[in-house]
Write a protein that binds this ligand. Structure first.
Ligand SMILES: [Zn+2]
Length: 225
């Protein structure tokens, strides 16, 4: 299991916007709509500028281990993040280097840190809360960049073609397990560098009783009116 905080139940409002009307869903024609799930722990994507402020001038990331997505890796380097009400140490940096530093945490982590970051697609950080990052060389105060990552599926172009899905589509996904849960709006990201897998954070995995490597089923594509 993953970390839990009993006080989390007393958040004043859920971080997700529930006001939208139920979307119209078009079932997929393919008979094989199962997708493997990977659980993303809290992590940081970092810019070269911030890395050097935190680890020293001229510093480069060192690979700890490859991730399933080709070219992506967990770095040996970790950082401490300092929020308004709490601190989390040892958050791993994921490589390669990005244009902008981004901190992806769970809602439970947000509670520990004393913040309620919004659910965002990766890279879309305008207007999100900032945080203080601390490394062995220095500290950086981010003005923005803390998000709960929107549930998403990385998909190879081959699989996307089979399922008649394209980059930017949103789908509904059924977790048919110990606790049945439907993810009602999952972003599909298609790229030649991707292998097909759905990424959820630790709170989502715990809520849906998902283990890393489990399979879930795409129910259908959300039709935009
Ligand atoms: Zn991902």
């Amino acid at each position: 299991m993953f970390e839990n905080d009993s006080d989390f139940f007393f958040l004043e409002k859920p971080p997700v916007n529930l006001e939208d009307a139920p979307p119209h869903v078009e079932p997929l024609e393919s008979s094989n709509t199962d997708v493997k799930v990977r659980i993303s722990g809290r992590h940081i994507h970092i810019s070269q500028k911030d890395l050097e402020l935190l680890y020293g001038p001229g510093y480069n990331l060192t690979k700890y281990r490859d991730l399933a997505q080709p070219g992506q890796y967990a770095a040996k380097e970790t950082l401490t993040v300092v929020g308004p009400k709490g601190v989390i140490e040892g958050i791993r940096i994921l490589g390669p280097i990005r244009d902008k530093t981004q901190v992806e945490i769970s809602g439970t982590d947000g509670y520990r840190l004393g913040m309620e970051p919004p659910v965002r697609d990766s890279g879309n950080i305008a207007g999100t809360p900032g945080i203080v990052l601390v490394g062995p060389y220095g500290a950086v105060t981010l003005k923005e960049g803390v998000i709960l990552a929107a549930t998403h599926i990385h998909m190879s172009p081959d699989d996307a073609a089979k399922l008649k899905l394209k980059n930017g589509d949103r789908v509904q996904v059924l977790v048919d397990g110990e606790r049945d849960i439907i993810f009602t709006e999952v972003l599909v990201r298609v790229d030649r560098s991707f292998i097909t897998e759905m990424h959820v954070d630790t709170d989502e995995a715990n809520a849906a009783v998902i283990e890393d490597g489990d399979y879930v089923t795409i129910i259908g594509k959300i039709l935009v009116s």
